[in-house]
Design a protein around this ligand. Structure first.
Ligand SMILES: Nc1ncnc2c1ncn2[C@@H]1O[C@H](COP(=O)(O)OP(=O)(O)O)[C@@H](O)[C@H]1O
Ligand SMILES: [Mg+2]
Length: 404
């Protein structure tokens, strides 16, 4: 689950404001209420669905939830479906994650295969650690192997009498591994007792269809726990929680950030979790290098520009994805520039009205755009909106943190 870090990478991998990948519990801002609800459900045996755009903290939340569930004595397994290239690979990942509860060691399924092939158990991985998967380790047929792996969580629950919580992250990606894979999964999962499943994913359109359209494989299988609007806050995080976190995080380094700067910061990022952390990381290192003690609007502006450059990769990815559909980029640009959306022949050429409507729906479904009112739309993530605006300008635009 966690990458093994070489010591020399450590400062790079965990900056003072962690960015990219699951954050430590101490840096998980504003998720306490959500976490409690989530854990309660899973420990009650319910299956949950957490869908939402990338970089809003889905993985961070579930990783912390699993930590707490283990502390309560439960077993857990975390599998990222994006990493697998075929059903055998996905099955092996699940097997590794399940066996880790018994062996305490990552990649134990390799050991299971070795032992199944007649090798002696090692000091670290003993026979009883992998016994559960020995039969599976001998299976050569890919389909049967996959189905056998899907039943391992149930095997673990039966063997230990403990609840098992299985997370399938970026679940929609599993659909690419083969036909009817979701039907196969559902058929196994729904027969399991003592196992709760959490499905996470960033392609909301696919997930919504899979879980809430009649006739689809996971129809009504899991309870959706809305994250993007939890508690009525943008991205589900109360601005007061940001305030408290940022104050104490800077204070721990003998730096101060005043309320006005925090407001400006959250205005500029819209409170988007990763964008906010990215600006904060840049801000902190800027101030440290300058031996500065308090945040000023100048520091904030420079930090914003730096974060903007660092976010270019994910933003370019979003943008390229929009390019795969006709008119999406064009309509996105109109929103970014606050142009008339339905103009028959605005900049970029004509877009028929029904296509504009379709594009707006698609942008909303992707979690990139929200409707503010009649004919008024905006980007969910202000910094992405700014990125889109700048695509047409020279990239060395002026700093955009408002200095009101
Ligand atoms: N609750 C949070 N508090 C602070 N930062 C967060 C929070 N959630 C996400 N982040 C930031 O966003 C980044 C991506 O989080 P991650 O959990 O990987 O999101 P997702 O799984 O939705 O793509 C983290 O590395 C961190 O910088
Ligand atoms: Mg994630």
């Amino acid at each position: 689950m966690s990458a093994v870090l070489r010591p020399r990478d450590r400062t790079l991998a965990t900056p003072y404001f962690p960015v990219g990948g699951p954050v430590p519990a101490a840096d998980l801002v504003g998720r306490e209420a959500y976490l409690r609800r989530l854990i309660e459900r899973l420990e009650d045996g319910q299956h949950v669905l957490i869908s939402g755009p990338r970089r809003i903290g889905k993985t961070s939340i579930i990783v912390e939830a699993l930590r707490r569930i283990r502390r309560h004595g439960g077993h857990t397994a975390y599998v990222d479906c994006l990493g697998a290239t075929d059903i055998r690979g996905l099955g092996e990942r699940l097997a590794d994650a399940i066996l880790m509860n018994l062996s305490g060691v990552e990649r134990s399924f390799e050991q299971a295969k070795a032992i199944a092939a007649g090798m002696q158990p090692t000091v670290k991985v003993k026979y009883e650690h992998v016994e559960l998967a020995l039969q599976l380790a001998r299976e050569t047929n890919a389909q049967r192997f996959f189905e056998g792996a899907l039943d391992l969580p149930q095997g673990l629950a039966k063997r230990t009498g403990k609840r098992v919580v299985v997370v399938l992250d970026e679940f929609q990606a599993a659909g690419r591994l083969g036909p009817r894979i979701f039907d196969v999964m559902r058929a196994r999962f729904q027969a399991h007792r003592g196992v709760s499943y959490a499905f996470l994913g960033s392609e909301q359109g696919i997930l919504e269809e899979l879980f809430s359209a009649k006739g689809h494989a996971f129809y009504r299988f899991a309870v959706p726990l809305d994250l993007t609007d939890a508690g009525g806050h943008r991205f589900g995080i109360d601005p007061d929680d940001w305030l408290e976190y940022l104050r104490s995080k800077f204070a721990a380094k003998k730096m101060t950030i005043d309320d006005a700067s925090i407001d400006r910061l959250l205005d500029a990022t819209g409170g988007h979790p990763q964008d906010t952390m990215q600006v904060c990381a840049a801000l902190y290192y800027l101030m440290r290098d300058a031996a500065a003690r308090s945040v000023t609007s100048d520091f904030l502006e420079v930090a914003y520009e730096q974060a903007m450059r660092e976010l270019e990769r994910p933003f370019a990815l979003h943008w390229t994805e929009l390019g795969s559909h006709k008119y999406l980029q064009q309509v996105a640009k109109r929103i970014a520039h606050r142009a008339v959306l339905y103009a028959a022949d605005a900049e970029g050429g004509a877009v028929p009205r029904p296509e504009v409507l379709r594009a707006l729906a698609a942008l909303q479904e992707r979690g990139l755009v929200v409707r503010l009112g009649r004919g008024r739309y905006d980007f969910v993530e202000p910094m992405f909106g700014e990125y889109v605006r700048r695509l047409d300008e020279s990239l060395v635009g002026a700093a955009r943190v408002s200095t009101r």
